[in-house]
Each structure stands twice: as C-alpha cells, then as structure tokens.
Design a protein around this ligand. Structure first.
Ligand SMILES: C[S@@+](CC[C@H](N)C(=O)[O-])C[C@H]1O[C@@H](n2cnc3c(N)ncnc32)[C@H](O)[C@@H]1O
Length: 651
C-alpha cells in the first residue's frame, strides 16, 4: 500500500484526536533516531493504520506466485515471435515465462530460449539455458534436440570434445526413441552421425560423459560471469586507509564542507582514482527482465528466483549469493515494497539493513560514539559501521514534520520486512527501524544512481534500418547504490571527476586536470552547463542542505548555450568541431561490442583537446568547446562501460 496515502490517513487521525500540537512538541524533543522510533511505535493511531497493509503483505507472501499456466501462455507467445523471427520479442516473452514458471514449464521455457540464443549466435547463453532445462527436468523423449543444439554451441565455442560428447548423446537418445521409425528421425540421425564423423577420432573423450558435463556446467557459468563488463584498474596501488581509492587521493576534513577527498599528486585527465563496489544496491522495478537483481549487470537471459516471480539474475551464482545474503528475507515481498512508492532511497535503506543483518546493526548501534573521524583510520567500503552508518544525514537541518514522516516510514518499511510466511506476529524491531530511519535521511544526500546506456534494438521503431547514431543512445537510471567512498566526494557545479557504472561497481575518472592538494569534486546532478545558478542553488539547498560556492556559482557562469566559443583559436576550434562531427555520426554498428578501437581513439583525441585547453593560461572557462569535449569523453567512457545492445527501455 502506498505510503503517502497511509501517512495522510495517520495525520487525519491525529488531527481528529486533537493532539497534533502536543505530539509535535513531544516529538521535537527526541534527540536521537532511536528516540524518534520509540515515539512513533508508541502511537496507537500509527499501529492501527498499519494493520491492513501488513496483513495484505502477509497474504501476498503466502500466495504462490509461480504458475505453470501463465508460464505456458508467455512461452506460446514467445514461440509465435520466434516463428516470425522477432528474436528479441521472443526472448522477452520467454523471460516472462521463466519468471513465473515452475517444474516442466520452466524446463521448456529454458529450452525454447536456448533456441533463440542459438539462432542469434549467443552460444554461451544457449548452452547455459540448455543446462538449466536439463536441471529442471526437460522431457527425456525430447532431449536429443537439446543435445544436438548443445553440440553445435560447443563446436562454435571451439570445444570439440564437449561437442563430440553432446552429439553422441543426441545420437544414442535418438536410437532409443520409440518413434525412430519416422523419416524425420532417420534424417536427424544421419545428420548427427555426419557431425560426429566430421569431428573425427581426435575428439573422442577419455573422461566419462557425466563427469565432463558437470564441470562443463560450472565452466559455462564462469564464462557467463566473465562476459560482464569490468571496471578499469586504479591508476596506482590502492590506498591502505581507503582501499577503494588509489594512493593519488586521501581522505581529509575541510572547514566548511565536512569530510572531503583531495589529490596527493597531480592527476591527469582520464585517470581512474576510485573503483568501488556498492555496499548495497537496488534495481528499479522496470528493469527486472533485463538486468540482474543482484549485480545490476545487463543480461539477455535472466535466471529466475526459485520461489518468487519478481526477480531475475544474470547467473545462478548471483541468484545463490543474493538468496544467502538478503533475498530470502525479502522474497515474496518485493511487490509489496514497490507498492509503498517510498522511492529508491527507502528501498535501498531496506536492502541495506537486510544485507548487513540485524546482529551487525545491533553491534554498530552499541559501539556508536557519534564521532565521524576523517582520515587516520581504515575506511573500508565493506564495513557498514564505519562508513554507511556514519554518512551525513543533515538531521539537525530537517524540520520536525520531515523527521516525523521519515520515522513513520521507517517503522512501516521495517514492519513490512518482518512479515513472515509462518504468520508470526512480531512487534516492529526498534533496532532495524532506527537503522532504516538513519538511512532514509542520509541516502537522499549520499546514495548514487546506477545508470546504463540503452541502445535501440533491431526490431524497435528506431532500428535497425536507420543507422542508430549516438543521439539515439540514452543513459537510463536503472538502480541506486550505497557507495561509501564515493559518498565522501563533495559537489561542484564544474566537477573534476565523472562516474561510470559497471553493474554495481562505479569507477571515478578525472575529467579535468587535478593539481596536488585540489579537492576531488563530483556533480550532484546540477551542472553549470545545463542548469542556471538560481536553480542549482535551490535544488542543492533543498536536497543537500548546503550553499554552493564553486567558481561557476561565484562568477555566475552562463549555461552552455550562452557560453563563449573558442572562435579566436582556430587551431583548436576547427579540429574539435570536426572530430565531434565525426564522433556523432558513428553508426551503432561500430559502437556495438567487442571492437571499440574507435572509442579508444576518440578518448585519446578528446583527452588531448581538454589537456590543451587546461594548460593554456589564456583560455578561461566557461567555453563551449571545453564542455563539448568533456561530453564526448563522458560518452566514450559510458559506451565502453556498457557496450551491449539490450532490452532496456530506449528512446
Ligand atoms: C555526499 S556528502 C559529501 C561528504 C560530506 N562532506 C561528509 O562529510 O561526509 C554530501 C554532503 O556534503 C556536504 N557538501 C557537499 N558538497 C558541498 C559543497 N560544495 N559545499 C558545502 N557542503 C557540501 C553537504 O552537507 C552534503 O549534504
């Protein structure tokens, strides 16, 4: 149930009771989040209003969400698309069939999806789906088909022995099938025999068939995981006190903006200074069919959760890791949680407490001395207590009404995740609710967006006949993440670093020259080139509670379109415009995977232009060409981080 409606009802109840003023005065005397939670928990009107949504959530959790019938209908829809060669649409229907499938329906959907992957030369995903079809009890009398497909995939991947094993299994199965008198079976047998003969004696394996198949399944899974784009390495050794960052930066304190990161040496444009994996992350609901619920990487063929029909994973490894870590506590509740409409920060807060676990949260609460030291001690991204727990929440600057609303939200979310299948009635856990309250204050000022480039796909209105240019590629927000080290970076409307996402890992690169001693500055979504000063200042003060004093604000720089051009420097102006024109007209064909030589070339070119402008004392920002060169560079990096055509929402 939607939290805002619930909260409005609670406020009405309080007004009707005539106690609003008194409650507000008493609530304003609470000085800690623990006190705020205890206060809300003691209000009968709040508990009473929670009863209905909580029993609905409990019912949802115990309602079976897998359905053979629904799975079959999505599969049949997929088969129709497949026959019409609408491969992406077929995959999308099979994905849906798999999310809701169980038993044989699951096996059949995996098998059918493997056919599309096979036909689109995605041998690895085809092999993986074939294996999963067997694991879920694919009918024996049809197995020969999958074995032959499996043999083809192995062959294409250069694994001749595995191909030989699969073709032999296909032949043996065909020989014993009852209908082998049919002509089609005979033809198939001849074709498989000829494949086996072609492979020759060299391929004849010495190891047992079942043993090799088992290790093959593990190796397929490893290969699927290896296909994910990985972040670049840090430019230097990792900083001993700040392991996600390089020794080129360190954590310190500033007079007016709290903790900050500064350069310990001159940093060149393009240098990777931070590579951090999220302590916790969430995927937005609309991407559940195209991205992994756990690592947030794009996947053409998600593997569903064993129990619920709401989430998919890029691999069985991610599925098992998520289950062991947090998914078993939220399984069946994801629809109820999304239904609260509390937004990404509320959902991320819930995910964080589930992932960290009650015991650790309790330990951290008891150790908390309220200090927030900068530097001098280890700041490890995996350590909730020393990092995420201590993020700036701007509590003192929040109004009583804002804190009350958040405290009620924290209790509601905590009560939801405490709903159990066994029907036990638990009182809301104060420790967890307090942690959630702290996070829903700090995340709006600290959490990071996870984004992914979306390409138009063949078969969508914008492709494939039209060359899809870079303008058609959109940066989509697909999730949110808690990144402890990135959360130490302060804002500038003219930042010197940018972020690139590799699933739930973010790499931070210099987009300007950074001199030793300079602060590392990111942009919180309000850049001088795109938003004017008034709007920036307003948004930053509303969400982040500070007044920006960066150079762009101090000198009130014009936005991009009103900034001067470098016309009096033809030796830079002309080549920059020429190369931007060349870059923009690149077709998607050359942007797509695995041969991004032109991206490296463009990256090198535009770093060169930015270096030239940075080192020329006669060029003063803002300058249009500087912004343009930065934009191209950001685009090159984002493309290199994604580079996979995918099913996400596009244009
Ligand atoms: C993501 S945190 C940055 C790290 C923070 N300084 C700390 O001590 O943890 C965001 C908060 O830092 C402060 N901040 C960020 N940029 C700032 C700036 N340019 N000027 C003043 N305060 C800033 C604001 O309090 C903001 O809510």
């Amino acid at each position: 149930m939607d939290f805002e409606s619930l909260f409005t009802q609670i406020c009405h109840d309080l007004e009707k009771s005539g106690h609003v003023k008194e409650i507000s005065t008493r609530f304003s005397t609470c000085s800690t989040d623990a006190q705020r939670i205890s206060f809300v928990l003691a209000l009968d009107s709040v508990r009473a209003r929670f009863q209905e949504p909580l029993s609905l959530a409990k019912r949802a959790i115990s309602t079976p969400c897998k359905s053979q019938e629904l799975s079959t209908s999505h599969r049949v829809e997929g088969n129709n698309y497949y026959q019409k060669k609408l491969n992406w649409k077929a995959i999308s229907s099979y994905n849906r069939s798999l999310l809701v499938g169980e038993g044989e329906a699951l096996a059949l959907a995996y098998a059918n999806r493997s056919a599309v992957f096979h036909d689109t030369s995605d041998w690895l995903h085809s092999l993986r789906d074939i294996q999963l079809a067997f694991d879920h009890g694919y009918p024996k009398h049809l197995e020969y088909k999958l074995r032959e497909r499996q043999g083809n995939c192995w062959l294409q991947l250069g694994h001749v022995r595995q191909a030989f094993i699969s073709f032999n299994l296909a032949r043996n199965l065909l020989l014993v099938t009852t209908t082998n008198a049919q002509q089609s079976h005979k033809d198939k047998l001849i074709s498989i025999n000829s494949k086996i003969v072609k492979l020759g004696d060299d391929a004849n394996p010495t190891i047992g068939v079942s043993e090799s198949n088992e290790s093959a399944a593990a190796s397929i899974e490893r290969q699927v995981i290896k296909k994910r784009r990985t972040a670049p390495d840090l430019n230097r050794d990792s900083n001993a006190l700040l392991p996600a960052a390089s020794t080129s930066i360190e954590l310190t304190d500033s007079d007016d903006r709290g903790r900050c990161l500064v350069a310990t040496e001159d940093i060149q444009i393009g240098t990777t200074v931070i590579v951090e994996k999220a302590l916790a992350s969430i995927l937005l609901e609309e991407f559940k069919e195209s991205h992994c619920h756990h690592c947030l990487h794009w996947t053409p063929g998600p593997v569903p959760c064993h129990q619920c029909s709401q989430v998919g994973f890029c691999s069985t490894l991610c599925r098992d890791e998520a289950w062991a870590s947090y998914h078993q506590s939220e399984c069946g509740l994801t629809d109820s949680l999304h239904g609260t409409n509390v937004g990404r920060h509320g959902l991320l807060a819930v995910r964080t407490v589930l992932k960290v676990g009650r015991q650790r949260i309790m330990d951290v609460a008891s150790e908390d001395d309220g200090c927030n030291p900068a530097g001098g001690e280890l700041y490890d991204s995996t350590d909730y207590g020393r990092t995420i727990h201590r993020l700036v929440g701007n509590t003192a600057r929040r109004s009583v009404a804002d804190l009350f609303r958040r405290a009620v939200m924290a209790v509601y979310l905590t009560s939801l995740i405490q709903q159990q299948r066994d029907g036990k009635e638990d009182d809301p856990d104060e420790i967890l609710a307090t942690a959630v309250l702290q996070l829903i204050q700090s995340y709006p000022c600290n959490a990071h967006e996870i984004s992914h480039l979306a390409f138009p796909l063949p078969g969508t209105p914008s492709g494939p006949d039209l060359p899809s240019t870079l303008q058609q590629i959109r940066l989509c927000e697909i999730g949110a993440a808690a990144m402890p080290v990135l959360s130490l970076i302060n804002h500038s409307c003219d930042p010197n670093v940018v972020r690139d996402c590799y699933g739930d890992v973010i790499a931070v690169k210099a987009i300007r020259r950074i001199a030793r001693g300079d602060e590392i500055l990111d942009n919180y979504g309000y850049h001088y080139a795109t938003h004017d000063k008034k709007e920036r200042q307003l948004k930053l003060s509303q969400q982040y509670y500070f007044r920006c004093n960066c150079l762009a604000c101090a000198q009130d720089w014009p936005r991009y379109e009103d900034a001067p051009k470098l016309v009096d420097r033809p030796e830079l102006y002309h080549p920059i415009h020429r190369d931007i024109g060349n870059f923009s007209s690149l077709s998607s064909g050359s942007c797509y995977p695995d041969g991004p030589a032109h991206l490296e070339e463009s990256t090198r070119l535009f770093i060169g232009y930015l270096e030239a402008m940075d080192s020329d004392a006669s060029i003063h920002l803002p300058v249009q060409e500087y912004s343009m060169a930065q934009e191209v560079l950001k685009h090159c990096w984002a493309l290199s981080a994604t580079l996979s055509p995918h099913l996400a929402v596009v244009v």
